[in-house]
Write a protein that binds this ligand. Structure first.
Ligand SMILES: *Cc1c(COP(=O)(O)O)cnc(C)c1O
Length: 393
C-alpha cells in the first residue's frame, strides 16, 4: 500500500536497520568503514550500488535514509545527494552530455546555472543556447541533431515564468533528448517532474527541504537510463553530502508539508496586499493571473510556495536602498526557503539573453517566511512609504 504524501514525509527513510529503533536516523560520520573479512570486502566491491557500508563517499545510513525518502517522494529509481543545489544541477547536465553536444537552457535559469553553461560547458565544446521560458511546444524548432539536454526551471528564477513541461517533454522524447527540471521552487510536494516523464528532477534542498537556512545540500532524482548515467557521474565526480547536513535535511523533511502550506498561505495574503499598493507596478506570482504561464501553473501544480517578485513603479537604486536598508523583519540575503522572510533587490537585465527584460522600475524578490503576516505587512508598508518619499524628495 502506498501512503499519502504527509505520511511519507514522516516515515520516509526510517528503516529499522538504519535507525536501530531511534526515531530519526542518527548522524553516522564516516570516512573508513571496517570489513569483517576479505570475503566481505570482495562481496561489497562486487556490488557497488548496494546500500552497505563501504567508504564514506558512498554514504552511510544517514545519507541513505534521506536518499530513500526523496526517491519515494519524487517517484524515482534513485537519488544522488550533493554538497549544494548547484552541484546537483551541473552534475545532472554533465551526466547527459559529451563534447560537441548542444544543450538548451531556459532563459530564466538560476544564474549560476548560466555561469556554468557559459564557462565549463563551453570549455568542453558544448554549446549552450538559451530559450524563451514560455516557448512550450515551440522548443521542437530549436532541437538539432546534436541536442542532448533541455534544462527547464519552472517557475524560473527572479521572473517566475511557468514552463509547459509536458509540451517540452513531448517534443524532447520525439528526438531522444533528455529533460532536466530544476524543481526547487515547487519541491516534490507541489510538482513532480518525473510523473511528467522528465528524466532528472533536481532540488536545491538548501531551500525548502532543509528549510532552516543552516545547511547546503542538493539532490537529483531520476529514472531508468538517466538514473544510471547520473549515479555513475556523481560518484565519479566524488559528490556526497556530509552526514550532518543530510541529517538536518531529513529533519527538515518531516515538517515540509505544514511549512510549505504556511509559506503558501502567508505569501498569497501578502501578494494580494501588495497588488493593491500604489507603489507596486506588478506582482509576479505564479498563482496570480498576470504571471506568464499562470494557466500552466493552475493545470500542473498543486500549490504555490513563498517566493515571488514585485516590480515597483519608477525609482532607482537610491530609492530602493531607502526601502530595503531599513526593513525590520525582511532581511536582505541570498537563498530562501527558510522560516524567515527575505527581501532581495535584483536586476534580471544582465542575466537574460533570449528575451529582453524590461520593467517600469526595480524588481524585488520576496521570500515570505512564517512570521505573523500583519507584522510582515506593516514592515512592507513602512518600506514602500520610504521608497515613494525618497522618489518624491
Ligand atoms: C538556490 C538555487 C539553486 C542552488 O542551490 P545551492 O544550494 O545554493 O547551490 C539552484 N536552483 C535554484 C532554482 C535555486 O534557487
Amino acid at each position: 500500500m502506498s501512503d499519502n504524501e504527509d505520511t511519507k514525509l514522516i516515515t520516509g527513510g526510517r528503516r529499522k536497520e538504519w535507525t536501530h529503533g531511534i526515531v530519526n536516523p542518527p548522524v553516522y560520520r564516516a570516512s573508513t568503514c571496517l570489513f569483517d573479512s576479505y570475503a566481505q570486502l570482495r562481496e561489497r566491491v562486487a556490488n557497488p550500488t548496494a546500500k552497505h557500508l563501504f567508504y564514506g563517499r558512498k554514504g552511510t545510513p544517514t545519507q541513505w535514509a534521506l536518499e530513500e525518502a526523496l526517491t519515494d517522494l519524487e517517484g524515482a529509481d534513485g537519488t544522488m545527494l550533493f554538497p549544494s543545489g548547484i552541484a546537483a544541477v551541473t552534475t545532472s547536465i554533465l551526466a547527459l552530455v559529451k563534447a560537441g553536444d548542444h544543450v538548451l537552457i531556459t532563459d530564466n535559469a538560476y544564474e549560476p546555472t548560466r555561469t556554468f553553461s557559459n564557462g565549463m560547458l563551453k570549455a568542453m565544446n558544448i554549446e549552450a543556447e538559451y530559450y524563451d521560458p514560455t516557448i512550450g511546444a515551440g522548443i521542437a524548432e530549436l532541437l538539432r541533431p546534436n541536442t542532448s539536454v533541455i534544462l527547464t526551471e519552472s517557475p524560473g528564477s527572479l521572473t517566475f515564468e511557468v514552463q509547459d513541461i509536458p509540451a517540452i517533454v513531448a517534443a524532447a522524447k520525439e528526438k531522444n533528448v533528455y529533460v532536466i527540471t530544476d524543481n526547487t521552487w515547487a519541491t516534490p510536494l507541489f510538482f513532480k517532474p518525473l510523473e511528467h516523464d522528465v528524466d532528472i528532477s533536481v532540488e536545491a534542498c538548501t531551500k525548502y527541504i532543509g528549510g532552516h537556512s543552516d545547511a547546503m545540500i542538493g539532490s537529483a532524482s531520476a529514472k531508468g537510463k538517466a538514473w544510471r548515467k547520473l549515479s555513475r557521474t556523481a560518484y565519479q565526480m566524488g559528490h556526497m553530502v556530509s552526514a550532518d547536513d543530510a541529517f538536518l535535511t531529513s529533519r527538515g523533511l518531516r515538517t515540509l508539508g505544514i511549512r510549505l502550506k504556511a509559506h503558501e498561505e502567508n505569501a498569497l495574503k501578502i501578494a494580494a496586499w501588495l497588488k493593491e499598493r500604489p507603489e507596486v507596478a506588478s506582482v509576479i506570482h505564479p498563482a496570480f493571473e498576470e504571471c506568464p504561464g499562470h494557466e500552466i501553473w493552475a493545470r500542473d501544480f498543486s500549490g504555490s510556495s513563498g517566493l515571488f517578485s514585485i516590480v515597483l513603479k519608477g525609482g532607482d537604486y537610491p530609492d530602493t536602498a531607502a526601502m530595503v536598508d531599513d526593513m525590520r523583519l525582511f532581511k536582505m540575503g541570498f537563498s530562501w526557503g527558510g522560516f524567515e522572510s527575505l527581501i532581495l533587490p535584483s536586476d534580471p537585465t544582465t542575466s537574460r539573453t533570449a528575451v529582453k527584460w524590461s520593467a517600469p522600475g526595480p524588481l524585488l524578490r520576496l521570500h515570505i517566511g512564517l512570521e505573523d503576516t500583519d507584522d510582515l505587512i506593516a514592515d512592507l508598508e513602512a518600506g514602500l512609504t520610504r521608497y515613494s518619499r525618497h522618489i518624491g524628495a
